[in-house]
Design a protein around this ligand. Structure first.
Ligand code: CO
Length: 184
């Protein structure tokens, strides 16, 4: 099932998410729906609050649109109750976008590498060191679980410049090539 994606201005994008517990109803279907929704919107990652579910879970598939990229092979993942517990001191700047903020792309500085603990779709624990593009996607999605959006990281001047567009977006002024929803 393809869910509509919640757009900037929606409450769900600003709430802290709850951990997923073992009695979560039909986790397998939820995981499948998250991927379907992500692919339908041409996204490389999607966090549960983006479909209005405030639980600690996101999915990524950075290699989906770049099948020949060796670095991105086998990086399709489900991250449940993730915890980033270490970050590199070195940061890099990379242009980000977000399915919940259509039409805005801005440079964001973040740690180049992170260490993350999480459960997979079978609730099996993992511990990974992530670098490069995958680390970037994961940090962006991880932010969503604490109610943080990439535009929160912009330098003050860029924030002001983008602020007008965001304001309009929160009032319903946006267009996206996929199903969307705005719940205030
Ligand atoms: Co996003």
């Amino acid at each position: 099932m393809i869910y509509p994606i919640y757009i900037y201005g929606s409450q769900a994008l600003r709430k802290e998410c709850e951990p997923i517990t073992e009695d979560f109803p039909d986790l397998a279907k939820f995981v499948k729906d998250m991927f379907e929704t992500m692919y339908a919107a041409d996204g490389v990652g999607l966090a549960a609050p983006q479909i209005g579910k405030n639980v600690k879970m996101f999915v990524i598939d950075p290699g989906f649109y770049a099948p020949d990229n060796e670095e991105l092979k086998d990086t399709k993942r489900v991250y449940i109750n993730p915890e980033i517990y270490e970050e590199s001191v070195d940061e890099i700047v990379f242009t980000e976008g977000c399915l919940s903020i259509p039409g805005i792309h801005e440079d964001v500085s973040r740690p180049e590498a992170v260490k993350i603990r999480y459960l997979d779709e079978n609730l099996q624990p993992h511990d990974e060191l992530l670098e490069g593009y995958v680390a970037r996607v994961v940090q962006h999605e991880y932010d969503h679980l604490q109610g943080t959006l990439f535009t929160d990281h912009l330098a003050p001047l860029r924030k002001t410049l983008v602020g007008g567009k965001l304001n309009g977006m929160s009032k319903g002024k946006f267009s996206a090539g996929y199903r969307t929803k705005q719940v205030k």
